[in-house]
Design a protein around this ligand. Structure first.
Ligand code: G6P
Length: 360
C-alpha cells in the first residue's frame, strides 16, 4: 500500500486521529453554498417514497447502523430496522410495502451484505449504499451511493469509517426531515463541527486513556461495557474494538439487562466501563454501576458535561445529545488501542481477522 503511517506507530492510531478531519471533510462535501445540506435529489426522493428503511451491515458498520436507526426514526420520523447481513440472507423478515434498503459498508465488498443486495434486487426493491469506496461492488450494484469521504482505512479495526458512517447517516436523516417539512431545532452541520472539535480535544489527551487502559486492561481476562439507549449502541462497538485487537473477552450490555443474567459473571476486580451521555438514562445507568460495584467490579464511568458526577473517570465535553456517539466512541477506541499495545498485540493486523470479508 502507498498509504504511509508517517510518524504514527500504527495505522489505527493515525486513523483515530484523522476523525476530526474526516468530520470536517464530510461537512464540506455535504454542504451547499448557502450552508444547507447538499444531497442527491434521487436519494432524497427514495427516502420520501419509502415506508420503512432496512439497514443491512456487518461488524462495526452494523453498530453504526444501530445509531443511524435512532437518527432516521427520531429526526426524520421514518421507521427503520437494522439487520446483520449474514442473518438477513437466511431469515428474511416480513417486508413493508415500499422498503428502502440501506447498505452500510466501509469497503463495499462484504460478501454477506452483497448476498442481501442480490436478493432484494431480484425482488425489485431500491438500494442505497453508504461506503468509503465509491467504485466498490456494493456501490456499483446499488441504485444510489453516499460516500463517506474518510480516506483509506488500513487498520483492520475500523475507527474513522464508523464515525463517518454516523455523520453521513445524521445528514441523511436531517435531509429527509427537511424534505418532509419537519421542524428541526438544531443546525446539523454546525453540531457536526462542534463534535469534530470535541473529537480533537479527546485525541489530544491520549495519555489519559492510555493510563485508564493500563489500569483496567493490563491483567484482565474479560471486561464489560454497559450503557443505555444511544450509549448501549456505542458500548457494543467499544467491546468489539477491545475484543478484536486485545483479545480480551468483552461484551457490551444494556445496563438494565445485566441483572437478568450477566451480573453472575461479575467477580472481584472485573472491569466494567459505563457510558453515560443521555440525560434520560443518566440516573438508571449509574444505578447499574452501583449494582456491579457492590459485587466487586472495578468500575469506570465516562460521562458528559452536564450529566457528570464527581467520581466519574472522564467527562466528555458537551455535544448535541443525538451526536454523542461520535465523541463517546473516541475514548473507547483509544482504550482498545492502548490495551492491545500494552498486551503486545499486533494492533493493525489482529489474528484471524481480515479487513474486508469477501466470503459468506
Ligand atoms: C470485517 C472487518 C470489520 C468490519 C466488517 C464489515 O469483519 O474486520 O472491521 O466492520 O468486516 O466491513 P464493511 O467493509 O462491510 O464495513
Amino acid at each position: 500500500t502507498d498509504i504511509e503511517k508517517g510518524t504514527y506507530p500504527h495505522f489505527m492510531l493515525k486513523e483515530i486521529d484523522e476523525q476530526p478531519f474526516v468530520m470536517r471533510k464530510i461537512i464540506q462535501e455535504y454542504q451547499d453554498e448557502n450552508d444547507n445540506i447538499k444531497l442527491d435529489s434521487d436519494i432524497r426522493q427514495a427516502m420520501l417514497d419509502t415506508d420503512r428503511v432496512y439497514i443491512i451491515a456487518a461488524g462495526t458498520s452494523y453498530h453504526a447502523g444501530l445509531v443511524g436507526k435512532q437518527f432516521i426514526e427520531k429526526i426524520a420520523n421514518v421507521p427503520v430496522e437494522v439487520h446483520i447481513a449474514s442473518e438477513f440472507s437466511y431469515n428474511m423478515p416480513l417486508l413493508s410495502e415500499k422498503p428502502l434498503f440501506v447498505f452500510i459498508s466501509q469497503s463495499g465488498e462484504t460478501a454477506d451484505s452483497r448476498s442481501v443486495l442480490v436478493r432484494i434486487k431480484e425482488l425489485g426493491h431500491p438500494a442505497l449504499t453508504i461506503t468509503n469506496v465509491p467504485g466498490s461492488t456494493l456501490s456499483r450494484e446499488a441504485n444510489y451511493t453516499l460516500h463517506l469521504h474518510a480516506g483509506p482505512e488500513i487498520a483492520v479495526a475500523s475507527t474513522k469509517a464508523y464515525t463517518a458512517q454516523i455523520a453521513v447517516l445524521a445528514i441523511l436523516a436531517v435531509d429527509t426531515a427537511k424534505a418532509k417539512g419537519l421542524d428541526l431545532d438544531f443546525d446539523p452541520l454546525k453540531e457536526l463541527g462542534i463534535a469534530a472539535s470535541v473529537m480533537e480535544s479527546l485525541t489530544d489527551q491520549k495519555e489519559v486513556f492510555e493510563e485508564i487502559a493500563k489500569e483496567y486492561f493490563t491483567e484482565t481476562r474479560n471486561a464489560f461495557y454497559i450503557g443505555r439507549g444511544m450509549d448501549y449502541f456505542v458500548v457494543q462497538e467499544a467491546s468489539l474494538k477491545l475484543k478484536e485487537i486485545s483479545y480480551i473477552q468483552a461484551e457490551g450490555f444494556a445496563g438494565g439487562e445485566l441483572k437478568h443474567g450477566t451480573i453472575a459473571l461479575i467477580e472481584s476486580g472485573t472491569p466494567v466501563i459505563a457510558l453515560s451521555t443521555q440525560e434520560s438514562v443518566n440516573y438508571s445507568i449509574r444505578g447499574n454501576v452501583q449494582e456491579v460495584a457492590a459485587r466487586g467490579a472495578k468500575t469506570c464511568i465516562i460521562s458528559i458535561e452536564g450529566l457528570e458526577q464527581e467520581s466519574d473517570t472522564f467527562v466528555l465535553p458537551h455535544v448535541h445529545e443525538l451526536l454523542t456517539s461520535l465523541v463517546s466512541v473516541v475514548p473507547m477506541q483509544l482504550l482498545a488501542y492502548y490495551a492491545a499495545l500494552h498486551r503486545d498485540c499486533d494492533v493493525d493486523k489482529p489474528r484471524n481477522l481480515a479487513k474486508s470479508v469477501t466470503v459468506e
